[in-house]
Design a protein around this ligand. Sequence first.
Ligand code: ATP
Length: 238
Amino acid sequence: MAEKLADVAVSFSSVETQDLAKSYGRTRALAGVSVRIDAGKPCALLGPNGAGKTTFLAILATLARPTSGKVLYGGAPGVARATIGFCGHGALVYADLTARENLEWFGRYLGVAAWRARAGDLIARLDLAEIADRPARSFSRGQMQRLSIARALLVRPRLLLLDEPFAGLDAEACAAVRALVREEAEAGAVVIVSTHDFTALGGACVQAIVLRRGRVAATRAGDGPLDEAALRELYRQA
Ligand code: ATP
């Protein structure tokens, strides 16, 4: 059934899940997750392998459907895809185009205001300038990851979902991603970052959710940024 336009959020200040569940055959990837993440308060999503983090982010990104339960975007049951920036495991870029061509093409295609300037800014922020005019297929893993993150940020997302963004990144790139996470949140986005790397994420988030076997095992909303030790402690408790 087609969604009514009023049910599709284009601007929202929170994302909430209600008893979200997802099964793949007999595997329960999510078994009833109810959480709320507010704009401006970047959230760490932690948990061991197979805990359900990628499944959770894919459902929020509307790339997968829940088996039951709901996602509400500022209270609305649907969301305009163009408001979501998602960086998942596979790079959503054209291998034959250069980094700059990819960002400029997607920027135009997705209707980003001042797309050329935005692409140029992200190339600089993610230290892609030296390789920006090389085809993406020649990139190393870390270079490709930086391009994927730039691609997710292009649309100035209202909802930014980064699934293990630090994988393959050097210390400098990790710092750039932490800074971008904070900036996008300050600009009013709902930001969720999944990772196993507490060192890389430390200080970027002010709340955290730990998933275990598809359920919420612990949550924490700090008064300020959660540093590496706070993330480790929460994980240990869970
Ligand atoms: P990791 O830290 O290893 O990336 P994760 O927390 O992101 O793990 P998910 O990828 O969400 O975990 O997987 C949750 C569970 O769902 C796992 O048991 C996984 O095997 C299963 N699963 C995920 N995707 C599928 C699929 N397409 N088909 C079948 N099972 C799946």
